[in-house]
Design a protein around this ligand. Structure first.
Ligand code: FE
Ligand code: FE
Length: 285
């Protein structure tokens, strides 16, 4: 098997960002723990956020949306994409065989166990497949990390807001106003978020999924909105309503990791059927 390591960035593995998120939002812990989190953050994670906040400009997000939005890279089925993503070997993870597939399946299985609808189980399975961007040469800071609106003032509820001082958008006056280039309550579909695996996977799958699933995939890394409640002034009533699905989903994404090992071969037929219920055999990527 050909493998590619995640060494195109400061993180030792992509999951290091997610481990850090679950540290930041420790289950059941109160807000004051947030401060302690800062001191415990590994230097590579800080460096990751420094690069992310420095380089994720509005122009960058727009350019990447244009570059990848044509979906002209390849054609793959969903399970094929899972296998492909699994060739991304985490440098720090000795248990390489299941590392990427397992997070997807653990999330889906936890959602299924709690009796949520089939579309949400499927969403759990596929929500992170946009990370294949790393296998196509995109740096970690352009694939993972908390996402946030560009083209308007950065909320101080975004993790490490001080790193935005090095972002060229800090020099553009209109971007530093509360609404920036947007009309108040214009709706998130009109707001250009920083680029990453969420937006990419949304573009790949949007035609096939119900709207709450699209929201989950598109905004699951937007912690400033779904966990911190920022940017309400850009949202519509419909955004708020659909973010309920994102909030329902988030604990499964953050906390299902490492619970029970998933027997991939045993659950595969169930998920193959679920995939076929919503998706064609091949999708454009
Ligand atoms: Fe994700
Ligand atoms: Fe995830």
């Amino acid at each position: 098997m050909t493998t590619t390591t995640t060494s195109n960035g400061p993180l030792e593995s992509l999951s290091q960002w997610e481990d850090n998120l679950s540290e930041r939002y420790q289950q059941g812990k109160e807000k004051e723990k947030f401060r302690q989190y800062d001191d415990k953050t590994p230097p590579v994670v800080r460096e990751f956020y420094r690069l992310n906040h420095k380089h994720q400009t509005r122009d960058f997000a727009l350019a990447k949306r244009r570059e990848w939005g044509g979906l002209n890279k390849t054609q793959m089925g969903i399970w094929e994409a899972m296998d492909f993503l699994n060739t991304l070997v985490d440098d720090s993870d000795p248990d390489t065989d299941l590392s990427q597939i397992e997070h997807n399946l653990q999330t889906a299985e936890a959602i299924r166990r709690d009796g949520h609808p089939r579309w949400m189980q499927l969403t759990g399975l596929i929500h992170d497949l946009g990370k294949v961007l790393c296998l196509w040469g995109e740096p970690q800071w352009a694939v993972v990390g908390d996402t946030f609106p560009t083209g308007c003032a950065w909320s101080d509820k975004i993790v490490y807001p001080e790193f935005f001082a090095d972002n060229p958008d800090s020099q553009i006056a209109v971007y530093q106003t509360e609404n920036g280039i947007y009309e108040p309550n214009c709706g998130l579909s009109n707001v250009d978020l920083s680029w990453g695996h969420d937006e990419y996977m949304y573009m790949v799958t949007r035609d096939y999924l119900p709207e709450p699933a699209q929201y989950i995939i598109r905004y699951h890394s937007c912690y400033p909105i779904h966990r911190e409640g920022a940017y309400g002034h850009l949202m519509t009533a419909q955004d708020h309503e659909l973010f309920e699905a994102v909030k329902t989903f988030n604990p499964y994404d953050l906390y299902s990791k490492g619970h029970d090992r998933v027997n991939v071969a045993a659950v595969r037929p169930y998920y193959e059927e679920l995939i076929a219920e919503f998706f064609p055999a091949k999708l454009r990527w």
